[in-house]
Ligand binder design. Sequence first.
Ligand SMILES: *[C@@H]1O[C@H](CO)[C@@H](O)[C@H](O)[C@H]1NC(C)=O
Ligand SMILES: *[C@@H]1O[C@H](CO)[C@@H](O)[C@H](O)[C@H]1NC(C)=O
Ligand SMILES: *[C@@H]1O[C@H](CO)[C@@H](O)[C@H](O)[C@H]1NC(C)=O
Ligand SMILES: *[C@@H]1O[C@H](CO)[C@@H](O)[C@H](O)[C@H]1NC(C)=O
Ligand SMILES: *[C@@H]1O[C@H](CO)[C@@H](O)[C@H](O)[C@H]1NC(C)=O
Ligand SMILES: *[C@@H]1O[C@H](CO)[C@@H](O)[C@H](O)[C@H]1NC(C)=O
Ligand SMILES: *[C@@H]1O[C@H](CO)[C@@H](O)[C@H](O)[C@H]1NC(C)=O
Ligand SMILES: *[C@@H]1O[C@H](CO)[C@@H](O)[C@H](O)[C@H]1NC(C)=O
Length: 427
Amino acid sequence: MNMKHAMNNTQFILKHKQKQVYINIALCLLLIGFTYRFYFSSSIRISSVIVANDHHKLPPPLPSPVAEANNTAIYKGSLECDIFTGEWVRDRTGPRYTNNSCNTIEHHQNCMNNGRPDTDYIYWRWSPFGCKLPAFDPTLFLHYMRNRSMAFIGDSISRNHVQSLLCILSQAEEAIEVYHDEEYRSKRWFFESYNFTLSVIWSPFLLKANIFEDNDGHSSGAIELHLDELDSVWVNEFSNFNYIVISGGKWFLKTAVYYENNTIIGCHSCNKENVTEIAFNHAYRKALRTVLDFVKKSDHKVYTFFRTTTPDHFENGEWNTGGYCNRTGPFKNGEVNMRDVDMIMRDVELEEFENAKESMNGSVLRLFDMTRLSLLRPDGHPGPYRAFHPFDGKDRNVHVQNDCLHWCLPGPIDSWNDLMMSLLIRG
Ligand SMILES: *[C@@H]1O[C@H](CO)[C@@H](O)[C@H](O)[C@H]1NC(C)=O
Ligand SMILES: *[C@@H]1O[C@H](CO)[C@@H](O)[C@H](O)[C@H]1NC(C)=O
Ligand SMILES: *[C@@H]1O[C@H](CO)[C@@H](O)[C@H](O)[C@H]1NC(C)=O
Ligand SMILES: *[C@@H]1O[C@H](CO)[C@@H](O)[C@H](O)[C@H]1NC(C)=O
Ligand SMILES: *[C@@H]1O[C@H](CO)[C@@H](O)[C@H](O)[C@H]1NC(C)=O
Ligand SMILES: *[C@@H]1O[C@H](CO)[C@@H](O)[C@H](O)[C@H]1NC(C)=O
Ligand SMILES: *[C@@H]1O[C@H](CO)[C@@H](O)[C@H](O)[C@H]1NC(C)=O
Ligand SMILES: *[C@@H]1O[C@H](CO)[C@@H](O)[C@H](O)[C@H]1NC(C)=O
């Protein structure tokens, strides 16, 4: 990490009080996750069940009628090109959807509707150095996905991504919601004309975890995390999926007691007598290994997008100490440093990816490296506009809760789909 940072006059890089930061980010996630629940509690439950296939043959993606056209060549571009290294460039065409055309945007990410005044942040797209990254083509994507099933497995950032994808796909076809869990954290949609099933599965650790939250979303005890056991919520459905998008991240920073073989092996910041402190990155590494080993050993073969962690952009404080994110444009390369905690996580991710990628035993593993390009977008978060018109009837200087972690829709996260499509077509 030898990037110069040209932001000496801001306190953007907070290297002190790291443990505090971990805990704060974690709580922030909890709270945001919780409030989500209320918003959707008025949705209607539709209980049709889509029985997925028993495919044991994997992707690489099906050749499709439209894909044989020029598109494929453009998407493939130069195969050596690293699509994750590049810059954000102006895009006057703007987003493919708005709060008016897409009706599934979650309230907390619906920045337009919530009254965010600036709009510059939606006029950028990711542009790799050295090759062209075509805009996500919803029809082409759905052709590739015919008779297939894709699942996003992770935390609320995964849900954020799925919602972006849904909005863009809705230009080609409206999805039918066919399932949601009690807390509206896991959902499933069906695209009828394409026989395509899209799921999001809430599994913030990917592992078996007992999470103690009361009804206010506040934790009443350390999480119990089993580093050698997977979360059955996704494993039980695994054989239904042809494509999975997995990610870990910030939940691993929380206070937790770690188990292996059902025995406590240590904990992270639990301060319990006779319990060894174990760094979160150890747990994270073990978790990723457990997940990737499972995929390798499985009879069922999948195409796996392994998404790296995404940074938050709280400035001059944390989420609960007045931190905010009111920048209105992207950073250029070199203008910002990754925080230590994000660097540690991404390093673990890259190492585990490198270890696994050549030995996937029939499945495919692709690195979906969102960390750096996300770091460059401090302007893409809801900030105070996670709430509807937060300053109405209030002094503008009053502090309201900011969200500098999730992404506005439309917003920078839409570009993630451009990158996903490119990986998909490269096979
Ligand atoms: C492919 O590109 C050529 C020229 O670039 C164009 O004339 C042709 O219509 C395109 N074909 C399709 C199917 O888009
Ligand atoms: C979309 O946001 C605009 C404000 O930018 C608002 O006037 C409009 O009512 C919103 N539309 C919907 C359907 O929420
Ligand atoms: C839908 O796709 C599944 C495989 O995912 C296949 O078994 C099934 O026959 C397809 N249904 C239709 C109507 O094409
Ligand atoms: C999808 O499944 C249906 C029914 O099994 C089959 O007729 C069709 O050829 C399949 N399409 C593709 C692209 O696999
Ligand atoms: C868990 O059990 C397995 C097999 O019994 C053993 O190989 C492994 O070392 C144990 N791990 C721990 C942390 O005790
Ligand atoms: C910690 O270990 C010591 C020595 O084995 C024991 O005396 C003490 O009771 C233990 N404390 C707790 C809280 O288990
Ligand atoms: C490869 O996959 C098969 C199932 O298809 C499994 O039986 C075998 O153990 C796997 N090999 C490794 C090295 O994981
Ligand atoms: C962001 O907020 C700070 C503190 O209120 C203010 O000093 C700064 O000018 C704001 N920046 C922008 C781009 O609005």
